[in-house]
Structures are given as structure tokens and as C-alpha cells.
Design a protein around this ligand. Structure first.
Ligand code: ADP
Length: 220
């Protein structure tokens, strides 16, 4: 299994508060990696750095040849509140140089099952904002998909759709990282688990190793 992204010695502080100690993490092809740990452990910070949305103070993220495009689904809305979902998707498609932006927007609205009823981004429910975030991340047809607590506001059917999308990225040789607090999702969808505690990776192993670990329930 080859690494799509290699994070080496990543450190990040906010003011004087160290959110990430020197941290290593690989995102591998054909694998779904769950990132777990208590609130404030540094999961979102690490994911934002893997996405290239936040710079580390030290260390680097090296992208392998298989990771040309990285899609990031942040927890907060990534869209323009004054545009409809379709307008948002067309705008991002143009910004990313996607061919045929209108067709791409229509296809992704269908894929994430988002209604196109003229409502603005700011008027969407949290779940629908998450689905629009996912659609925006998928516009570039990513090799690596980074999902920050993607299903927290979704109903079971919408969750399944999210995971179908994640599996598709993995099954065609991409890599998926998702942050979760949900043990059931972890067991069902992850191939590998990394546990962050106070900004450090304290466990990195297969789901079977994680489940055998006596401390597993302490981490999630
Ligand atoms: P997690 O995703 O595991 O909950 P975060 O990466 O969001 O953790 O945060 C790690 C630590 O950094 C926490 O102590 C949090 O309060 C702090 N932090 C995160 N973002 C900021 C920010 N923009 N400004 C100041 N502190 C922050």
C-alpha cells in the first residue's frame, strides 16, 4: 500500500497553545482512515493541514503521485450563504476549472440528493449544508477525501449516501480520512484508526488491532 499523503513532524500552535505536537500520519491508497480522539485533541487542525487549508508551524505534508487532487469537507459551511446550492456548485466548478460547470453542478446535486428549490446556502439545514460541502469537495474528483465529522447532522439514509461516496473514492484507489466520535461508524467504515490525544498520535493501526486494544473505548 502506498502513501498518498505523508505528514511528517507537523506542529501547530494557536497563540501559545500547542494544538499539535510533532505528528506523523500517512494517508494510504485504498484505505479509509478514521481519526478519533476527545474534543480539542487536534483532529480538525490535522485535517485542515492535510487539506492544505492551514499551514503547519513546522513539518510538512508531502503528496505522492497518486494524490493530485484533495477534497476537504470541513465542519463549518464552506459555501456562500447568498447563493443557492446550484449557484455555489457552478461558482466553485468555474473556480476549479471544471469543464461544463452547469452539468457538473446538476450531477453533484443529484449525487448528494440535495433539493434545488431556490433556497439560499444560509437557509439550508445543517445536514443539507454538509451535503453541499461534500458536493463542493467532489467537484474536483478527488484522489483524497478528507471528511470532518461528516455525518453528525445527517439522517441514516443520508449517512449511507455519504459512506457510499467515500467507499467509491477508496475503491478506485483513493484515500479517505474521516473524523468521527461515532464508534458504530468507525467499526463499519474504517480500515484503519488513528487516535489523537493532546495533539499526539497515540495509536495508529488496523480496525482489528484497535478493537483488540484494551484502551479502545477510552479514546473515542
Ligand atoms: P478537535 O478537532 O480534536 O476537537 P481542534 O483541532 O479543533 O481539535 O483543536 C485543537 C486545540 O486547538 C483545541 O484546544 C482548540 O481549542 C484549539 N483551537 C482550534 N482552533 C483554534 C483557533 N482558531 N484559535 C485558537 N485555538 C484553536
Amino acid at each position: 500500500m502506498s502513501a498518498l499523503l505523508e505528514a511528517r513532524g507537523i506542529c501547530r500552535s494557536y497563540g501559545r497553545h500547542a494544538a499539535l505536537a510533532p505528528t506523523d500520519l500517512d494517508v494510504r491508497a485504498g484505505e479509509v482512515l478514521a481519526l478519533v480522539g476527545p474534543n480539542g485533541a487536534g483532529k480538525s487542525t490535522l485535517l485542515s493541514i492535510l487539506a492544505g487549508a492551514l499551514s503547519p508551524d513546522r513539518g510538512s505534508v508531502v503528496a505522492g503521485p497518486g494524490a493530485r487532487r484533495v477534497g476537504w469537507v470541513p465542519q463549518r459551511p464552506a459555501q456562500y450563504g447568498r447563493l443557492t446550492p446550484r449557484e455555489n456548485l457552478e461558482l466553485f466548478a468555474r473556480l476549479e476549472g471544471v469543464a461544463q460547470p452547469s452539468e457538473a453542478a446538476a450531477r453533484l446535486l443529484r449525487l448528494v440528493d440535495l433539493p434545488d428549490d431556490g433556497r439560499l446556502g444560509s437557509e439550508l439545514s445543517l445536514g443539507n449544508q454538509q451535503r453541499l460541502n461534500l458536493a463542493i469537495a467532489l467537484l474536483a474528483d478527488p484522489d483524497v477525501l478528507l471528511l470532518d465529522e461528516p455525518t453528525a447532522s445527517l439522517d441514516p439514509r443520508q449517512r449511507r449516501r455519504f459512506w457510499d461516496v467515500g467507499r467509491r473514492v477508496r475503491d478506485r484507489g483513493g484515500g479517505v480520512v474521516f473524523v468521527t466520535q461515532n464508534l458504530e461508524e468507525l467499526a463499519r467504515f474504517a480500515d484503519r484508526v488513528a487516535v489523537l490525544l493532546d495533539g499526539e498520535v497515540v495509536f495508529d493501526g488496523s480496525i482489528a488491532e484497535y478493537e483488540r486494544s484494551p484502551d479502545a473505548d477510552v479514546f473515542a
